[in-house]
Design a protein around this ligand. Structure first.
Ligand code: SER
Length: 847
């Protein structure tokens, strides 16, 4: 069976048994605790936890998985074993509180023996130590001989995602590959996991675990989560010895061989490198297709580490030419039919791979030279690469720590990871301190108490700008205050407020709060913990006290400016993705009154022409005056209509969607204009790089945009006046003027040169003979530099000569002396010639 046939057989088997075929989720999960999707069950986590109600009770998927970084990390094994991959496809069937072990086990058995036709005598199963229920089902219902059902501990047979979430005991189906794969064992897979290969894991999801992976209680229902590695099934069904010899991966290994001029099978070391290249190329292509770009943080960093590791292994084969582009292209070719996102993003994938390889190539060799020297030193001494070296390799030469560790381990050495981490920590701390300044502020006890007393602040700022509320907390940042009076700067919390708290890039509202016997100016508004919204205020009149009934009024201009900028941000996001590509997603933003800053993922400058097109499109979309709608809906619905969410952000069941016209849809809590026309204008003022694969656009909107344009126009008009031209002619006129200017400069230079030549000729003619040599003594007022040139010219003309030139002016005199080479050889030094004259002038001769 080739891979497509296996995929189909699996899906058919379970859809025939009432399972909904759910598409693979992206590699970037909607779960901030998880780096990459590492199992089929990830996308169903809220169903298992009872947080969301599934629309179906049974599901079957073929899930793209990446096991790199995080707890499930197979990076180090890849290529060195016959069975590990970082990227793989997981076949899985799921039950959400529906069937349990009694169906999951027999079905799995039926599929592998009937549909896949594996010999049941070669199959073993493992179960969790205390799982008698599973034991009985395997033995009595399925008919597996008791001696081939092996009980194992939590390390092997209790499965979790590696982060807080659902978990449970599991049971694995393994196949005996035969004598060629190692010694037989009575304990089967417990005795030799190379020979008894795990092909399917059935998890009985019934527990919940915390971040330390300790079970903390049962899930609301008992569920099934299974996962079979497609590539392992292919290896067994295709009768191959190695996962990399299967139909899909075999082709990629061969391609890696062609690109590096290496034959697969030549040596174990080069084979490992070729397998690593094949595996990593898949991880790279799929990660980029799902929106990850190499960077220095989180998933981007793991991707970068994978790419750099691949490059280093390619260079290790003694080949200098780039390989990643060709390899990822082969991945798209081979897997595009099953995963159209690869085809759609082919250009991006190839481009990103090529760039990262080129970037790393610049420092790889230098870094390797340093590391090789350190490896030699460590070999003779401590057998450990110091943390500072690993840090330098990381910081200066771009070596991910795992790469350094891998290279060290090839010589039997280790890396001082603690030392490395400590240095990284220091660096991060320095950066953080620089970013946040002093006010990293935690929630004070006073605020926590207010929250406990009066509950979360009700935000009424979507509906209006003015509202009545009651003061429920007043603090000096730490302690609770009964009242605050004129001049005090305090934190003030109301039970309800129209002030928007900073969030989603939009800054907090400003305005005033009027109390019965005082008044406060709101300087900033932010959300603090427990659902409270805190206003930072300065009391400008009288006194404001706890429990005061107040009127809170947002500064309407301030808010309107923010709203224009915020809606403009959404339009910009949409236009960028439309014009540049879907990968150009938001990485951060700042929305202030009248201006915005928008960071997005992209690997090269946008370019003047495209930026002009984008600006044009932005203006058009403002003029279209489309409706802007905001509404609350379920997260599922928002996903269904394709609303953009921020990668890695955690969303609840209910979310707020903001739609602009019929094109932009984003999850957003911010405030917006009612129609795009109210933005007035969006003026892009700059585009530039702010980090690896990160670009920033800055723009002005509304009044600020118009003022900017007006200022520019003034400058243009003034320039036109100076040129005595119309503004439309300015550039052409200026160009002509500059041309004339350049021409005149050239002529001036030429005539100065000619004059100098003439002068030199005249002086040379007047030279006197002294002892067979020629002597010129003259005064020429001007720059010393000109004097030096003149002296050189004279030397050139006179053959054997001494030249003394003087210049005077502005209370200062200079002498320049020159002696031709033949006279220098006769013992005449320019310095000696000048000294008497210099003395007369009251100075000396030097240089
Ligand atoms: N979640 C389990 C695993 O990844 C079964 O799918 O092995």
């Amino acid at each position: 069976m080739d891979t497509p046939t296996i995929r189909k057989a699996f899906l058919d088997f379970f859809t025939a048994r009432g399972h909904e075929h759910v598409p693979s989720a992206p590699l970037v999960p909607n779960d901030p605790t998880l780096l990459f999707t590492n199992a089929g069950m990830n996308q169903f986590k809220p169903y298992f936890q009872g947080e969301q109600t599934p629309p179906y009770k049974r599901a079957v998927t073929i899930q793209k998985c990446l096991r790199a970084g995080g707890k499930h990390n197979d990076l180090d094994e890849v290529g060195r074993t016959r069975r590990h991959l970082t990227f793989f496809e997981m076949l899985g069937n799921f039950s959400f509180g529906d069937y349990y072990k009694e169906k999951a086990c027999p079905w799995a058995w039926e599929l592998v023996t009937d549909a896949f036709g594996l010999d049941s005598d070669r199959l073993w199963v493992t179960i969790f130590d205390t799982d008698d229920e599973a034991f009985e089902i395997w033995r009595d219902v399925v008919g597996v001989p008791a001696e081939r059902i092996i009980r194992m501990g939590a390390k092997d047979n209790f499965w979790s995602m590696g982060v807080a979430g659902p978990c449970g005991p599991c049971s694995e189906i393994c196949i005996d590959l035969g004598d060629a794969f190692g010694d037989a064992s009575e304990r089967g897979p417990a005795g030799n996991e190379e020979r008894y290969l795990e092909i399917w894991n059935l998890v009985f999801m019934e527990n919940e675990c915390n971040a330390a992976i300790e079970p903390v209680g049962p899930l609301p229902k008992r569920n099934i989560d299974t996962g079979a590695g497609l590539e392992r099934i292919a290896m067994v069904l295709q009768g191959k010895d190695h996962i990399f010899d299967t139909d899909l991966l075999g082709g990629l290994v061969r391609r890696a061989g062609e690109l590096t001029g290496t034959r697969y099978g030549d040596s174990e070391t080069s084979d490992i490198a070729l397998r690593i290249l094949a595996d990593h190329a898949r991880a790279i292509a799929f990660a980029v297709a799902d929106g990850v770009l190499p960077s220095n943080q989180e998933r981007g960093y793991v991707l970068r580490a994978i790419m750099r590791r691949a490059v280093r292994h390619a260079r290790g084969l003694g080949h200098r030419d780039p390989v990643l582009k060709g390899l990822v292209d082969a991945v798209v070719e081979a897997m595009g039919p099953a995963y159209p996102e690869l085809e759609q993003r082919r250009d991006l994938i190839v481009e990103v791979a090529g760039r990262e390889e080129a970037r790393f190539d610049e420092t790889l060799r230098q870094g390797l030279t340093l590391l090789t020297a350190e490896v030699e030193r460590a070999r003779r001494g401590s057998r450990t690469i110091p943390g500072e070296v690993a840090f330098k390799l990381h910081d200066t030469f771009g070596f991910p720590i795992d790469l350094t560790a891998e290279i060290a381990s090839e010589s039997g050495l280790t890396v001082d990871r603690d030392g490395f981490e400590a240095l990284m920590h220091d660096q991060r701390e320095r950066a953080r301190a620089a970013r946040t300044g002093a006010d990293a502020g935690e929630v004070s006890a006073a605020l926590a108490e207010a929250a406990a007393r009066s509950g979360p602040t009700e935000f009424v700022g979507y509906e209006g700008l003015v509202a009545r509320g009651r003061v429920v907390a007043l603090t000096d940042g730490g302690r609770s205050l009964p009242a605050a009076s004129e001049g005090d700067e305090v934190e003030l919390v109301l039970d309800r407020t129209p002030f928007y708290p900073e969030g989603g890039g939009q800054v907090g509202d400003r305005g005033v709060i009027v109390a019965p016997s005082g008044r406060a100016e709101v300087l900033d508004t932010r959300r603090v913990a427990d659902g409270l919204i805190a206003h930072r205020v300065r009391i400008t009149d009288g006194e404001v006290a706890l429990d005061d009934e107040v009127e809170a009024a947002v500064d309407a201009d301030f808010r309107a400016g923010c709203e224009r900028a915020h809606t403009a941000t959404h339009i910009l996001h949409w236009v960028l993705r439309d014009r540049i590509g879907e990968h150009a997603t938001q990485a951060g933003s700042l929305v202030e009154p009248g201006r915005l800053r928008f960071d997005f993922n992209h690997f090269e400058p946008v370019g003047d022409e495209r930026l002009a097109e984008i600006s044009d499109e932005l203006r058009t979309r403002v003029l279209m005056d489309d409706l802007v709608r905001a509404y609350e809906t379920s997260y599922d619905y928002a996903r269904q209509i394709g609303a953009m969410a921020i990668f890695g952000e955690k969303y609840g069941d209910f979310v707020r969607v903001v739609e602009v016209g019929d094109y932009s849809k984003e999850l957003c809590g911010g405030t917006h204009v009612p129609h795009t026309g109210s933005i007035g204008v969006i003026v892009v003022t700059s585009e530039g790089s702010v980090g690896a694969n990160l670009r920033r656009v800055e723009a002005l909107v509304g009044r600020d945009g118009l003022d900017f344009l007006q200022r520019r126009m003034r400058v243009l008009e003034r320039a036109a006046e100076l040129l005595r031209a119309s503004p439309e002619e300015v550039d052409e006129r200026l160009e002509r003027l500059l041309q004339t200017h350049r021409e005149m400069e050239r002529r001036l230079h030429e005539s100065e040169r000619a004059a100098a030549e003439q002068d030199a000729a005249r002086l040379a003619a007047e030279a006197v003979d002294v002892d067979g040599a020629r002597l010129v003594v003259a005064r020429r007022d001007g720059e010393v530099e000109a004097l030096r040139n003149l002296a050189q010219r004279l030397k050139g003309r006179l053959g054997s000569a001494v030249v003394v030139l003087g210049t005077a002016g502005e209370g200062r005199a200079n002498l320049v002396g020159a002696v031709t080479k033949d006279l220098v050889e006769r013992g005449i030094a320019a310095r000696d010639v000048l000294t008497p004259g210099a003395r007369l002038l009251g100075g000396g001769a030097g240089g």
